[in-house]
Design a protein around this ligand. Structure first.
Ligand code: KET
Length: 431
């Protein structure tokens, strides 16, 4: 026994195959290769989840990332998704999808965004590919924009989802911003927005949130969308819609596509990034779709072939499972109506939590106005808290959220809302 363990330990201590001086040389070569690589800054949203997971406190609350939770704070798999998976189980081969992804999933996605009876779908005027969820769809579009309109820029709202800036930066498309939010009224700065649209050079690219604007929870009204669309027409701007929350604004995916439908009625060419992360709860499945409405079928064929060409050297073709789940649900009337019910259920729980948070703050005697909590829509409440106040929430109460004061209402539950309200009241009350 002892001999064996001596042998084992001497095996561990065996000198390295490289002589020390050569090893050192190899090490220093390695460090000179990558020695200049500094750790990347933490992501302002996903970094919050990392910090939350590392906190051992039993009181901790995560209202950082926009990921839906049930009233027990648990992740949710929708019943329609479970049923689709049951149907898939054992029947799926693992073949590659085509470069552009699942044709069925794309067809269903287009009906969802452009309308069940859309003439554009029938006329095959839409170039569309399955994408790696909403992020992948945005990135593919940004790369396409850079490749075919290398001198163009992208106008991005202030504020926006932080990753929009990274996406167009990495695609090397210059960015401009346009006015969106009005901090004093905690609503839309419509006059500022219209001004910026008018003042941008003709034919500019604009990134628009189709519904449930992230992070502000503030959307234009239908009338305002009509005015925006009209002004886009005058200026020949190109609208690119990021639609990551279809169904989360009103509870009805059809109603949430209204902005896009208005632009379509007005005869625009548009681009659209769709994500099934939130509205089907398929976060990690990376199921999404990028579409570009073209002038005619021939142009659509060309554009699609180019989108595929961009995808091929990046990831070759998209993943199969989530796409199959999406197409099964949207293609089966029974599963689709179950899905619509479940989306509405998620939206309603969030609306309920908005009310509860506001009522709790009022009950605590907060002298501040919290009307915006219930006026805003979608997953987020743009609370108006300062980065310093957010830091206090995290350090003193173990409440995790992005430093721009955005509260993911999807993480608020009957169990934590009073605790959250109390902490918010404490860090916001005037001295
Ligand atoms: N667009 C918007 C506006 C958006 O909020 C997200 C995700 C996405 C696209 C991309 O989602 P995907 O999972 O690629 O389909 N937002 C949440 C998660 C994240 O930051 O990745 C969030 O804001 O918390």
């Amino acid at each position: 026994m002892a001999a064996l363990s001596r042998a084992a330990s001497s095996a561990i201590r065996r000198p390295p195959l490289l002589l020390p001086s050569r090893l050192q040389a190899a090490r220093s070569m390695a460090s000179s290769l990558f020695g200049h690589v500094e750790p990347a800054p933490k992501d302002p949203i996903l970094g919050v989840t990392e910090a939350f997971l590392a906190d051992p406190s039993p009181d901790k609350v995560n209202v950082g990332v926009g990921a839906y939770r049930d009233d027990n704070g648990q992740p949710v798999v929708l019943d329609c998704v479970r049923e689709a998976e049951r149907r898939i189980a054992g029947n799926l081969n693992m073949e590659y999808l085509p470069m552009g992804g699942s044709i069925k999933m794309i067809e269903e996605s287009l009906k969802l965004a452009y309308g069940e009876d859309s003439e554009f779908v029938k006329d095959k005027r839409i170039a569309a590919v399955q994408a790696l969820s909403g992020t992948g769809a945005c990135r593919l579009f940004a790369d396409f924009q850079k490749r075919f309109l290398p001198d163009s820029q992208i106008y991005i709202p202030t504020p926006t989802w932080s990753n929009h800036h990274n996406i167009w930066r990495d695609a090397q498309v210059p960015q401009k911003t346009f006015t969106y939010y009005h901090p004093e009224s905690r609503g839309l700065d419509f006059a500022g927005l219209m001004n910026d649209i008018k003042n941008a050079p003709d034919g500019s690219f604009f990134l628009l949130h189709a519904c449930a604007h992230n992070p502000t929870g503030v959307d234009p009204t239908e009338e305002q969308w009509r005015e925006i669309s009209h002004q886009f027409k005058v200026k020949k701007h190109f609208p690119f819609f990021d639609m990551a929350y279809q169904g989360f604004a009103s509870g009805d995916p059809e109603r949430d596509a209204k902005a896009i439908r208005i632009f379509l009625e007005d005869g625009h060419q548009i681009g659209c990034a769709q994500s099934y992360a939130k509205n089907m709860g398929l976060y990690g499945q990376r199921a999404g779709c990028l579409s570009i409405l073209c002038e005619d079928e021939m142009q659509a064929v060309a554009v699609k072939s180019q989108l595929q060409q961009i995808a091929r050297p990046m990831y070759s073709n998209p993943p199969v499972h989530g796409a199959l789940v999406v197409s099964i649900i949207l293609n089966d009337p029974e599963l689709k109506s179950l899905w619509l019910k479940e989306v509405k259920g998620m939206a309603d729980r969030i609306i309920g939590m908005r009310k509860a948070l506001k009522e709790n703050l009022e009950k605590l005697g907060s002298p501040l106005s919290w009307e915006h909590i219930t006026n805003q829509i979608g997953m987020f409440c743009y609370s108006g808290m300062t980065p310093e106040q957010v830091d206090r929430l995290t350090n003193e109460y173990h409440i995790y959220m992005t430093r721009n004061g955005r509260i993911s209402m999807a993480g608020v539950t009957t169990g934590n809302v009073a605790y959250l309200a109390n902490a918010i009241h404490d860090v916001t009350k005037p001295n």
